[in-house]
Design a protein around this ligand. Structure first.
Ligand code: GLV
Length: 311
């Protein structure tokens, strides 16, 4: 009977995952990339950016778990074994961190903290024009679990908040839009635009010159979704022309961000190294444990991924 769990990630060693799973499921034959052993014994895969084709070489795998809430890193492997269910983590801890990230940069921009920091360095007592919270409009692209949590928190602070999603959604206190017409409308009213879309065929490169031009002059961008959403040259041009006032970027087309990339030194860009939300086994493991139990008992899974829609 295959019952090993393979942890496929180069970012961390998986020790915390092993502990969290064993606390609920008992001793586990836990394999890692450097120690896969007999592949026929692998029943469940936990994966973050797996090498293409690797999972297909496990003949008895019954469940693939994405260690990220985003699954583009998994679906990029076009040889995933057909018919094997894919689930993703749902992690309240990660969701909370993501909305904190958006709130932090939005408030810092809203309250002109960078301008005051520059004034301080110049020993200047200079008061900036103040924009009322009621007049700083927030737009959120993507209304999945993270987008909804982020939208709710902005609205709770009194910011007029709108959100856009592929399919129609309604959320109390949030103005919601969907589809292509809805996108134009949300952009036109986004003084701060927060991107939390999944990266799919449809959303790749969505943040292009046309999209930036549709934002109000002086808009600020927070991208905590995927670098692949952004056409970098278009973003740099929009920042350089002054159409956008700044951008906080956590994710990049190439990670780590190459040394020579202009984002590193651009005065209007804040770079963080894909840390807006970290998967934490303490908060993410209960759903994974439930799914391992479900797959073993032949019961329906939770947090399933539809490879066709890409999330
Ligand atoms: C992180 O980027 C994730 O997808 O959870």
């Amino acid at each position: 009977m295959p019952e090993a769990i393979a942890y496929i990630s180069r970012d961390t060693d998986g020790v915390l995952w092993k502990k969290a799973l064993e606390a609920a499921l008992g001793p586990i034959d836990f394999r890692t990339l450097d120690n896969l052993g007999d592949k026929a014994g692998i029943e469940v895969v936990l994966a973050w950016k797996p090498p293409a084709g690797l999972i297909a070489s496990f003949p008895n795998v019954k469940l693939i778990v994405s260690l990220g809430m985003g699954v583009d890193h998994l679906l990029a492997d076009d040889k995933l074994p057909e018919g094997v269910p894919i689930v993703r983590i749902m992690d309240d801890g990660l969701v909370g961190q993501m909305s904190e990230y958006a709130l932090y940069w939005a408030l810092r921009h809203h309250r002109d903290i960078d301008k005051y920091a520059a004034s301080q360095r110049a020993k200047q007592w200079k008061v900036e024009d103040f924009v009322d919270t009621l007049h700083r409009r927030i737009g959120i692209l993507g209304l999945g679990t993270i987008g909804q949590d982020t939208a709710k928190k902005f609205a709770a602070l009194g910011f007029p908040t709108a959100g856009w999603s592929r399919t129609k959604k309604s959320l109390p206190g949030i103005e919601t839009f969907h589809g292509p017409d809805g996108l134009a409308r949300v952009l036109a009213q986004s003084d701060i635009l927060v991107n939390v879309l999944p990266l799919t065929r449809d959303t790749k490169g969505l943040l292009d010159a046309k999209l930036f031009a549709a934002l109000p002059r002086g808009a600020y961008l927070i991208n905590m979704a995927r670098g692949g959403h952004v056409v970098d040259e278009a973003l740099l041009a929009a920042l350089d022309s002054g159409h956008l006032s700044g951008a906080a970027l956590d994710v990049f087309n190439q990670e780590p961000l190459p040394q020579e990339h202009r984002y590193w030194t651009h005065p209007k860009v804040q770079v963080t190294p894909h840390v807006a939300g970290a998967t934490n086994p303490r908060t993410a493991s209960p759903g994974v444990i439930e799914n391992i139990r479900n797959v073993r008992a032949g019961k329906p899974l939770i947090n399933t991924v539809d490879p066709k829609s890409g999330y």
